[in-house]
Design a binder for this molecule. Structure first.
Ligand code: SF4
Length: 366
């Protein structure tokens, strides 16, 4: 965009869409304009063109893995979370080694290639608990990819055990950590974050974990939970943080936007995003994050049919069949599928299903 005036009209929308079509970088102001005012179907078309340029083979990938929450005890008190229990709660738990290994064994038997392991901020566990857990996984299941500990958990470890961030990451990696999920980002805009997630990592702390992880060769994903109390500008601020860090490190494998799920047991009672809101944000994300290869559809929060539509609004990946998903299920969201159905849904949407591993390597076996 040349000139200093804020883009605003139909001509500016067309110019921004043309840039995305041509593979040029969209500015912050243009991204905001697209999010606010671009016609819905034109947004989808442009995002689909960007997706097709990055993934010309017409494939849509997915993974078979399991989401394991090793503890629900947490002191962060996020207002949107229905999953956690405070220390001392009779409903609090920490999974035993046997329970964890049973879950991984079952995952492997179901064709799973990895686990996504996250937990609450549990102040009672020593750091050795995490190192032993990872070593145990690698001894018993060396072929299983361990995608674990979101940035807020790692920030929490660093503070609780009074260890520099880098040392926490080096020790976890040495014990068996393969990559890091981008959870706990919610909205990377400080005002929103201090309202809904005051007790956990700040924007700068979240980014610092990712920067340090990428520097150690640990790949990560990035997420965004939107549709609650943030503005469209907050969404753009979030995307801009991610794009800037990706320019610096290249360490993100994928972007995964999903919507806040209000439930009877979530303290935060905001209206959530509509399906149209979801698709608009997805499409703009695909265009704005020009340095991200993969954008994931969130059928778990949007439903399976919306997952199919998402493949035409910029997503190239259907995520996981989610053998287990406790956090979103706690808020009342219970979409379910299996591998056969997910492959059929991808095919019916006009794409070729491709089974992948956590870092998007091929894992196809039919
Ligand atoms: S979202 Fe995570 S950090 Fe926040 S309260 Fe729930 S378990 Fe704790």
């Amino acid at each position: 965009m040349t000139g200093s005036a804020r883009p605003s009209g139909r001509r500016d929308i067309d110019a921004a869409l043309d840039k995305a079509f041509a593979g040029e970088r969209v500015t912050f102001e243009e991204g905001l304009l697209l999010l606010e005012d671009a016609p819905f179907l034109e947004l989808g078309q442009a995002a689909d063109a960007v997706r097709a340029r990055k993934h010309p083979g017409g494939e849509a990938s997915y993974i078979v893995d399991r989401n394991i929450n090793y503890t629900n005890i947490c002191v962060a008190n996020c207002s949107f979370c229905a999953f956690y229990r405070k220390p001392g709660s009779p409903e609090g738990y920490v999974l035993s080694r046997e329970e964890l290994h049973d879950k991984i064994r079952e995952t492997v038997e179901l064709g799973g290639t990895g686990i996504l392991l996250q937990g609450g901020h549990n102040p009672a566990l020593p750091f050795g608990f995490y190192e032993d857990m990872l070593r145990g996984f690698k001894e018993s299941f060396p072929q299983v990819h361990i995608h674990a500990f979101s940035p807020p958990e790692i920030t929490f470890f660093s503070k609780l055990y009074k260890m520099p961030l880098r040392e926490v990451l080096v020790r976890l990696k040495t014990a068996g950590l393969d990559s890091i999920p981008g959870g706990g980002a919610e909205i990377l805009s400080e005002g929103v974050r201090s309202d809904m997630a005051r007790g956990k990592a700040t924007v700068q702390e979240w980014l610092a974990v990712m920067r340090a992880a990428h520097g150690l060769g640990l790949r990560t994903t990035a997420t965004m939970m939107f549709g609650s109390i943030e503005s469209l500008k907050d969404i753009l601020i979030h995307l801009d943080h991610l794009r800037t860090l990706q320019d610096e490190t290249g360490g993100f494998t994928a972007f995964i936007p999903w919507t806040f799920q209000p439930g009877q047991s979530t303290p935060l009672q905001a209206a959530t995003a509509t399906g149209v809101d979801y698709l608009r944000v997805l499409a703009v994300s695909r265009m704005y994050l020009d340095n991200f290869e993969n954008v994931q559809a969130s059928w778990v929060t949007q439903g399976l049919k919306m997952g199919q539509v998402a493949l035409h609004f910029g997503a190239n990946d259907m995520g996981s069949i989610m053998i287990e998903e406790n956090v979103v299920a706690s808020a009342g969201c219970r979409n379910r599928t299996n591998e056969e159905e997910l492959r059929r849904l991808i095919t019916d949407a006009g794409f070729i299903p491709r089974k992948r591993r956590t870092l998007y390597e091929d894992a196809s076996q039919g």
